[in-house]
Design a protein around this ligand. Structure first.
Ligand code: ADP
Ligand code: MG
Length: 574
């Protein structure tokens, strides 16, 4: 199991021709390697060529044009010239993008070069924009309509503008900005470098490029062809939460899912470090894995993960690539991955060999469209669900206590305690005695309940109203309570099966789902929560499929052992 050679950050952005101060910024942002469009677009743009670039949403196009642009503005700024007339104009379709792109350009350029960026867009008081413009600007990020307003009012001076970017050109045209764009481009100095970025190159985009780009380098990052068959059939869920609530949401989801082993992916090293620290501080057994670690540190983390000392591996894509990791029960995308292909790559770590797996993705509201992209490419559905509530969590913990008690009851060997029950039973109702004992056991088991101390309300942002019940307790369908697999596909009645093998025989949830899916030909979607104790497992299945599942499993083995399967007539849900 020798880990393969890891690309390091040094190989990553080096060699593209960026200056050390920009490289330092990228390192501090935790970018480990350029995305394909960045790799292909940066060198020609640095060399001064025009560019026609095509790549999907979320592939890092902003840095692809912004880094070389910042570099060139910086190089061209002469000592005697400190005028702050816009050197670069970036046109974007919407106000939201104007702010986002301006923020990104600032993030990339301010520390390295002190670059000054101003966004201007419709809807914002023009006086405020004029003040900002008078203070001086290197890079102007504008929506076409507002840019044209300013040009006509002569409130921006574009006579020094040497760099022009049309970002999301297809969108701008779809929004009816064709004439504005033409007018702006005609008003700009002819001596300039122009880059056009677009997710699609429709004929109208091509014709703008034809007329306004000068012998452009064409870069097309192909939509990766991921055969639908390569995408593992695993449960795919997304939670849409704002950044500030992400950590809390992750904690809840982890507690509900209770993964046997999981990889949690983040986009940058910084995020990996932060998240693994936060999770460790909350009592999870988590460890970080990224390109900044030495081989030895990496080996140690991997060893602990394989042994199970570490349950949660927090990793960047780069670090996880080429790792020899067997099936994990959960893949969590703490950030939406950079491309559908990266998504497929990541979730391929789970659901191997027909086993069950879960892929869970956290998206910020504005990242929702990335999810749609991924769905389109993989032709699979990602269900958006509500983040589990504190109430769901409590129910889940009670459920685990119940399972532990049931395990004890099955194992017998309680004689030493019976006398206590009998003595108390003379004075109190036996049911009350049992209930008190359960409370005691539950509190001891769930310890401080330290993890749900962050009892905050997470606002619903992702789920259409009609869907909201997914994470809520319904008055009747009580089995949905906190069950880890409480999925919306659950229709009809659910019944529980007792499976007479458990953790001590090496059985994991994936084995059970795999067996049911393969032997009984039942869709994993029809399988609900799975509780595994040392000696047995309880799995929720559709009532009408129960009989055929029992029949099918009776003839098979799990982890090489024959297995008893029957309907569970034990204590029902809480
Ligand atoms: P696009 O314009 O293609 O839709 P963006 O430029 O908005 O994509 O980038 C999407 C996200 O990826 C941003 O959050 C950005 O900070 C991040 N990102 C860009 N390049 C890298 C990289 N090389 N490594 C890690 N994260 C990156
Ligand atoms: Mg973009």
């Amino acid at each position: 199991m020798s880990p393969k050679a890891q690309p390091t950050a040094v190989e990553g952005f080096n060699g593209l021709g960026l200056s050390p101060s920009l490289l330092a910024t990228l390192a501090s942002l935790g970018y480990e390697e350029p995305t394909p469009i960045q790799r292909e677009a940066i060198p020609p743009l640095l060399a001064g060529r025009d560019l026609l670039g095509q790549a999907e949403t979320g592939t890092g196009k902003t840095a692809a044009f912004a880094l070389p642009l910042l570099e060139r503005i910086h190089r061209e700024r002469t000592v005697d010239d400190d005028s702050r007339r816009a050197r670069a104009l970036i046109l974007v379709p919407t106000r939201e993008l104007a702010m986002q792109v301006a923020e990104a350009v600032h993030k990339y350029g301010h520390a390295a070069f002190g670059t000054c960026v101003v966004p201007v867009y419709g809807g914002q008081a023009i006086q405020q924009q004029l003040r900002a413009l008078r203070r001086g600007v290197d890079v102007l990020v504008a929506t076409p309509g507002r840019a044209l307003d300013h040009i006509r009012r002569r409130s921006i001076d574009l006579s020094d503008t040497r760099f022009v970017v049309l970002d999301e050109a297809d969108e701008m045209l779809d929004m009816g900005f064709a004439e504005d764009l033409e007018a702006i481009l005609d008003a700009l100095p002819k001596e300039r470098q122009t880059a056009l970025l677009s997710a699609t190159i429709a004929p109208r985009v091509a014709s703008i490029a034809e007329r306004h780009l000068n012998d452009p380098v064409r870069v097309k990052i192909h939509r990766e062809k991921t055969a639908t068959g390569e995408v593992p059939r695993v449960r795919q869920t997304a939670y849409v939460v704002s950044r500030e609530h992400k950590l809390t949401a992750l904690g809840r989801v982890l507690d509900i899912e209770d993964p046997a082993s999981a990889i949690i992916f983040c986009r940058t090293r910084g995020e990996v470090d932060q998240l693994s620290e936060s999770l460790s501080a909350h009592g999870y057994r988590a460890a970080a894995l990224h390109g900044g670690l030495t081989q030895e540190q990496r080996d140690r983390v991997m060893r602990r993960f394989r042994e199970g000392t570490v349950e949660l591996l927090i990793a960047t894509d780069v670090a996880a690539r080429g790792l020899d990791i067997e099936n994990v029960s959960h893949v969590v995308n703490y950030d939406v991955p950079m491309s559908p292909d990266a998504y497929v790559h990541r979730i391929g770590r789970t659901g191997r060999a027909g086993r069950a797996g879960a892929a869970i993705t956290f998206a910020e509201p504005r990242e929702r469209r990335y999810l749609r992209n991924i769905e389109q490419l993989t032709k699979q559905t990602i269900n958006t669900e509500s983040v589990p509530t504190i109430v769901d969590l409590r129910a889940r913990k009670l459920e685990m206590t119940r399972a532990a008690l049931q395990e004890l009851l099955v194992a017998g060997d309680l004689d030493g305690y019976r006398v206590v029950a009998e003595t108390l039973g003379e004075e109190y109702d036996v049911m009350d005695v049992a209930t008190a004992a359960i409370k005691l056991a539950h509190e001891a088991r769930s310890g401080a309940g330290a993890r749900d101390s962050d009892d905050v309300e997470i606002p619903e942002v992702g789920v259409p109203r009609a869907d909201v019940s997914g994470g809520r307790i319904k008055p009747k369908g009580k089995r949905e309570r906190g069950s880890p697999g409480a999925r919306k596909e659950h229709r009809g009645d659910v019944t529980r099966l007792y499976i007479g093998l458990g953790r001590s025989s090496g059985v994991r949830p994936g084995d059970i789902v795999g067996a049911i899916a393969n032997e009984a030909g039942v869709s994993p979607k029809g399988i609900g929560s799975i509780d595994i104790t040392d000696k047995f497992a309880i799995v929720e299945v559709q009532e009408d499929e129960a009989k055929s599942i029992i029949a099918a499993l009776r003839g098979t083995t799990l982890r090489g052992k024959k297995v008893t399967v029957r309907e569970d007539r034990g204590v029902r849900g809480s």
